[in-house]
Write a protein that binds this ligand. Structure first.
Ligand code: CMX
Length: 143
């Protein structure tokens, strides 16, 4: 069903400060950064290698607004792991399979995720305490 773990997402209060910390302390490299207004988030993807290569990745997620998903998460839990993201080849097909297996997906249709990807989420209550993001990467993330 899944290709691999695409990334682990960490909620952080301050994106610039968090990128600097993870780079200087753990040696992560910044691969990509963007603002996703719809999700209410400023995000940076950090990797172990170069852009375009296969990387182990973490995603740093900072809230644009207090009432966003990340704003609420920080309020309730403080900073830490907010999501686990699985990479999929065909998001619509995987969503259909998971719905048939009784999982609630948060959106009826895929939404836009980082670098032009298509995303949806399995509700954390159904995935046994983990917010699971499903990511179908863009065919060409640079265009
Ligand atoms: N991980 C694990 N459990 C979580 C969770 C998380 N990230 N967020 C909430 N929960 C738990 C809550 O603790 C709560 O548990 P209890 O009922 O035992 O207290 C339960 O899930 C339901 O919480 P809720 O009040 O119904 O819902 P919230 O307002 O907390 O919202 C969620 C939770 C998942 C629906 C919301 O965060 C959401 O819509 N997330 C998807 C979008 C998102 O995360 N966007 C930011 C990232 C964007 C990107 O990756 O590109």
């Amino acid at each position: 069903l899944f290709i691999c773990i695409d990334h682990v997402g960490l909620a952080v209060p301050d994106l610039d400060e968090a990128v600097k910390f993870h780079a200087e302390t753990f040696g992560w490299r910044e691969l990509h950064r963007e603002v996703n207004e719809e999700q209410g988030v400023a995000e940076a993807m950090l990797g172990t290698g170069e852009q375009g290569e296969e990387n182990a990745k973490i995603q740093l997620l900072a809230p644009l607004r207090p009432d966003s998903a990340i704003g609420k998460f920080l309020d309730r839990n403080g900073q830490g792991i907010q999501q686990l993201a699985y990479r999929v080849k065909d998001l619509d097909k995987v969503s259909e399979v998971l719905r048939a297996r009784g999982m609630r997906l948060l959106y009826p249709e895929a939404k836009r995720g980082t670098a032009g990807s298509r995303i949806n989420f399995v509700h954390p209550k159904d995935a046994r305490g983990v917010l699971l993001e499903l990511v179908e990467p863009a065919v060409d993330p640079d265009h």
